[in-house]
Design a protein around this ligand. Structure first.
Ligand code: G4P
Length: 526
């Protein structure tokens, strides 16, 4: 195997999807513990200290400021190199989360066993579906009284429309939680409470019929045997192909807080999750093993520290090899740039990158020339696809306090929308500027950054827009007709695309019915 092929085969790049409080942060810490990046554990927790101050966005930004360095965590495990891409916990930054999911090859879904499938998990699964990302599931908090595990599997199958293949199965729960049984290994792992901060030495018992199991867990052993018969009848067997196609999820269980069941999940994860996958571009499919470097930017994060005005652009390497000091081609602006000081994210050691391989993320210092969706290559002119904008659900009309500053306002909003901080819409029938966001706090961030970086003060008013849809139609005459008839609801977005701003949900469905030849898209490619 060549060095490149070897590095690719080793890589696992993923993100965690979950509803807030399901245990994402806790499990991240344990993963880092197994990855030998102990010193990170405290950092991850510290990051969450500001989470109750959601009304105070400066606090959130401080939190995000720290999280630039924890946005990507790379650690070695089991001969693999794992890249864990963090996703903002707060739903107000869900656009960032959505786009981060376009840069991974797999996702870990963490479910709170007492709550089951929750709204944000449903939404994030929908986003994973856009790219049929393989999903590994972890049912968490077994040290509490959770819901019947069989019922939980049913719920995952029914609501998330994915087949469940249990891999580890709980023995008891809450105060009676005794351990997990590994269906593939035919082995029981016995739980000991109070060892969450360490890598436990776990006692195991081989064989389901082993009398040692009855000795260890009492009547729960027989219950387990009976339950497993039921489970095996009702669920699916693990199938690698179905998993890779996003149709089936292996299900593990345990307690992140007690650091139990996590290691078995991680073992399964690095074994089954795909290495970096080929990526589509506007002209051809790029295989990771191609010798020449390529990658795309999926996230831009402003550094809120006033002394460090720069922004970090997060680039996913798709093919080839990145080396410090290398010259790469910024396709959209058609320029070569030398990348001398990209960041990598080896957990606990965040020095400048020497090299990076497909599946890795590098952080580029961005002084305003990089946008979300930008492609970098070694000269070839192509553009990666599949890095969408998501239709905003919240809208505000921007009014300037000082009308003479309209140029700065336009410039500021244009840049902030290119960074993905907000989306900008300009109605055809007026000179208004309408901001769109997925989370309400995005508006606060924009207001504050406009003020500090562009010296523009504005007021933000409610506006009667329910949602936006990007318009696509290949029939020029029909499009022209539509433009005339729907003129008062049409706008251009920040990148010059025609958008329909629907005042109500009903209006949107009626308009869609009336214009069957026109596509109303909820996502837009960069
Ligand atoms: P999140 O990132 O998904 O939002 O969740 P996080 O890990 O912060 O976990 C949310 C809460 O659930 C935390 O408690 C955490 O300690 C708890 N938790 C996580 N995993 C388990 C588990 O396996 N068992 C039990 N019993 N609890 C678990 P908190 O009180 O909100 O925070 P903290 O004071 O412990 O930091």
């Amino acid at each position: 195997m060549t060095h490149l092929a070897d590095e690719i085969a080793k890589r696992r790049t993923f993100a965690i999807i979950s509803h807030p409080d399901a245990g994402k942060t806790t499990i991240t810490e344990k993963l880092l513990l197994f990855g030998g990046a102990l010193q990170m554990a405290g950092t991850v927790k510290a990051r969450k200290s500001g989470r109750h101050a959601a009304s105070d966005w400066m606090e959130m930004e401080k939190e995000r400021g720290i999280s630039i360095t924890t946005s990507v965590m790379q650690f070695p495990y089991g001969g693999r190199t794992v890249n864990l891409l963090d996703t903002p916990g707060h739903e107000d930054f869900s656009e960032d989360t959505y786009r981060t999911l376009t840069a991974v090859d797999a996702a870990l879904m963490v479910i709170d066993g007492s709550k089951g499938v929750e709204p944000r998990t449903i939404k994030l699964m929908e986003v994973c579906r856009l790219r049929t990302t393989p999903i590994v599931s972890f049912i968490n908090k077994l040290d509490r009284d959770i819901r019947d595990p069989i019922e939980l599997l049913d719920e995952i199958e029914a609501i998330l429309n994915i087949k469940c293949a249990p891999v580890t199965w709980p023995i008891g729960m809450g105060k009676q939680f005794k351990g997990i049984y590994h269906l593939h290994q035919d082995r029981t792992y016995l739980y000991q409470s109070g060892q969450g901060h360490t890598i436990q030495a776990v006692r195991t018992i081989d064989g389901l019929d082993n009398p040692a199991l009855d000795e260890a867990v009492g009547s729960l052993a027989q219950e387990l045997r009976e339950q497993l018969e039921l489970v095996l009848g009702a669920s699916h067997e693990f199938d690698l192909e179905a998993f890779r196609a996003g149709e089936l999820t292996p299900v593990f269980c345990g307690t992140a807080l007690g650091n139990f069941g996590v290691r078995e999940m991680l073992d399964g994860f690095v074994e089954w999750a795909p290495s970096p996958q080929p990526r589509e571009t506007t002209s051809r499919t790029i295989a990771p093993a191609e010798e020449t470097f390529s990658g795309f930017v999926f996230k831009i994060q402003a550094n809120m520290d006033p002394n460090h005005r720069d922004r970090i652009a997060f680039l996913r390497v798709c093919s080839g090899h990145y080396e410090r000091g290398m010259k790469i081609h910024h396709v959209r602006i058609g320029k070569d740039v030398t990348i001398a000081n990209a960041l990598t994210f080896l957990a606990g050691d965040r020095t400048h990158t020497e090299e990076a391989w497909p599946g890795d993320i590098i952080g580029l210092h961005n002084h305003g020339t990089i946008q979300i969706g930008d492609t970098f290559t070694q000269g070839e002119s192509l553009q990666f696809t599949g890095i969408p904008n998501f239709a905003p659900e919240l809208f505000r009309l921007v009014r300037l306090r000082d009308p003479l500053k309209s140029k700065q306002l336009q410039k500021g909003l244009q840049q902030l929308s290119e960074e993905g901080a907000t989306q900008l819409f300009m109605p055809l029938n007026s000179n208004d500027l309408i901001l769109g966001a997925v989370g309400i706090l995005q508006f606060d961030v924009v207001a504050s950054r406009l003020k500090s970086e562009y010296k523009v003060e504005a007021v933000y008013q409610n506006v009667e827009v329910h949602t936006a849809r990007w318009i696509r139609c290949t029939d020029a005459k029909m499009l022209e007709d539509f433009r005339k008839k729907a003129y008062n609801n049409l706008a251009m977005d920040g990148a010059g695309n025609l958008t329909y701003l629907a005042p109500t949900r009903v209006n949107l469905s009626l308009t869609e019915e009336r214009w069957p030849g026109i596509e109303f898209l909820a996502t837009r490619e960069h």
